[in-house]
Design a protein around this ligand. Structure first.
Ligand code: C5P
Length: 200
């Protein structure tokens, strides 16, 4: 059975947590597509050419220390380059088509990568709430960050992701929007599962 769930939204909206929980609930595979851009960014930060790095990307590159603010910022820079995005399309579509169902989360899954996805969600929250969550997460990982710095980072990345001309961050016309600003994780997951149940 092929069933694709596309989950898009801005940084730190809860996409990752919701996607993992949804995948576990339905027994689907999960791909965090942000990791692809982060892996390219990590190579660029040590001198690689972005397009060459994207073309050469393998599954092994998706591990390691990719969850740092520096890598996130560079990821949103390489993500503006159309050739980088194109080089990553086949991997994502092959993942989406795997038997047994797949959840992909990112920025352009419902609009560009999987416009035919059976279920599309756009998970969002206010910039302040997202920055606070990301601040606590980074601090919890032992990083030396400030609230103001994380908020500025999130806003800069949102602007770059929303304003780029290729595959900008925006909800697909047929996506269901879930605003998690005032929701607990359990509430957000339950809302997402309810939307997907309806499409099955
Ligand atoms: O989701 P995450 O914060 O890990 O993504 C890092 C960056 O990768 C985003 O800010 C965005 O610029 C880029 N990205 C993208 N398209 C995706 C996933 C991530 O452009 N599908």
């Amino acid at each position: 059975m092929r069933f694709t769930v596309a989950i898009d939204g801005p940084a730190a909206a809860g996409k990752g947590t919701v996607s993992k929980a949804v995948a576990a609930h339905f027994g689907f595979a999960h791909l965090d597509t942000g990791l692809l851009y982060r892996a390219v960014a990590a190579k660029v930060l040590v001198g690689a050419d972005p397009v060459a790095a994207a073309k050469a990307l393998t599954a092994e590159d998706l591990t390691g220390d990719l969850r740092t603010p520096a890598v996130a910022q560079e990821a949103s820079r390489v993500a503006v380059i159309p050739e980088v995005r194109t080089a990553l399309v086949d991997f994502q579509r092959a993942f989406a088509a795997r038997a047994g169902g797949a959840v992909l989360d990112g920025r352009d899954i419902g609009t560009v990568i999987c416009p035919e996805a059976e279920a599309k969600l756009f998970v969002t929250a206010s910039a302040e709430v997202r920055a606070e969550r990301r601040f606590l997460e980074l601090q919890g990982n032992g990083l030396d960050v400030t609230r103001a710095g994380v908020l500025a980072d999130v806003q800069e990345r949102d602007a770059r992701d929303s304003e780029r001309s290729t595959a900008p961050l925006k909800p697909a016309l047929d996506a269901v929007v879930i605003d998690t600003s005032d929701m607990s994780i359990d509430e957000a997951v339950a809302a997402a599962i309810a939307v997907i149940e309806e499409k099955r």
